[in-house]
Design a protein around this ligand. Sequence first.
Ligand code: NAD
Length: 351
Amino acid sequence: MRAISCVVPDSRDAILITGAAGYIGSHATLRFLREGRRVVALDDLSVGRPGAIEAIRGAAPGADLEFVRRGITEVDASWIRGRGIGAVLHFAARAIVPESVARPELYYTVNTAGSVALMRACLEGGARRFVLSSTAATYGVPPADQIPIRESTRQDPINPYGRSKLAAEWALRDLTAASAGSGFASAALRYFNVAGCDRTGVLGEDHDPETHLIPILLHHVLGRVDRVTMYGEDYDTPDGSCIRDYIHVDDLVEAHAAVLAGLGDGEFRAYNLGRGRGSSVREVIAAVERVTGHACRVEVGPRRAGDPPVLVTDPGLIDRELGWSPSVPTIEEIVGSAWAWFRNHPEGYRR
Ligand SMILES: NC(=O)c1ccc[n+]([C@@H]2O[C@H](COP(=O)([O-])OP(=O)(O)OC[C@H]3O[C@@H](n4cnc5c(N)ncnc54)[C@H](O)[C@@H]3O)[C@@H](O)[C@H]2O)c1
């Protein structure tokens, strides 16, 4: 995959990155600063880590970075216009499925209403590109004959998290259509399982609670978690465990650059972002054991409600239309990049 230089809408414009102190947003912030872009990094630090912003500053001294501790609903059109923001990468969200079931109002407030308020401010403030972080969770449990999942697969989310994101997708599509002629364009990017850490070793993944398989396994290797639970071993898959599509976070961020460069005025596009290859839970555990040299203690628990047996994308559309395809080919390399960071930051950014 070639590195994509993002020149649209105007290289002098700032890029607003929301959720910049979070896992993916921090990687995106560093990537665009390294390209020489002006970045306004916004995060309310409800979940994100100040240490991620410090790490970015350390890795990109002299870069044009403004960090603003603020919620996404606390910016208005004049704030956007005053900073010369031309493009927005909107990562900020609440993103834990069980929490969304317990507190749906939080998810609709932040992920749907908050995103719409931000879209409105951006449109009125003159930003011309808006990229929304969406999710494979908007597909719910696709029927077996719809695997691998294409963008045309019916979106039928089964939890408030997925529904709050799908509603934001709809709003973005409709607001883009309503602003025809203004030059505004947007995209919804449906991520599959984002994993791994910055390949230069600066940034990592530091969620609390951690709900993603690879960091949970690495916490276990580091002695921070006694054992790891595998939810279900009787799925209709070759080894009985669930299969997911893991994409390296650096590849995912690179896809955003491709989308910013490729969107034409007035367009709304939706793309799935994954590698197009599935790894079962057992395969991921084996990869962690090979990479770390540590045997994992895994116990088998019951299936979790709403866990589809297989979630794998067909990544062909974005490749055909924008020339983006992922560059990290194996699950070992993804795990290896995560292990490199976790080994050096056993306490996360708190160290
Ligand atoms: N990590 C994945 O595998 C994955 C998969 C699919 C989709 N996504 C989506 O990608 C995006 C980023 O995910 P992540 O894993 O980096 O999450 P994260 O929780 O690490 O980062 C989200 C950031 O947003 C900030 N934030 C939350 N609410 C805010 C608000 N109201 N105003 C300002 N900032 C706010 C948090 O403090 C945090 O720093 C999310 O939109 C998520 O839904 C992630």
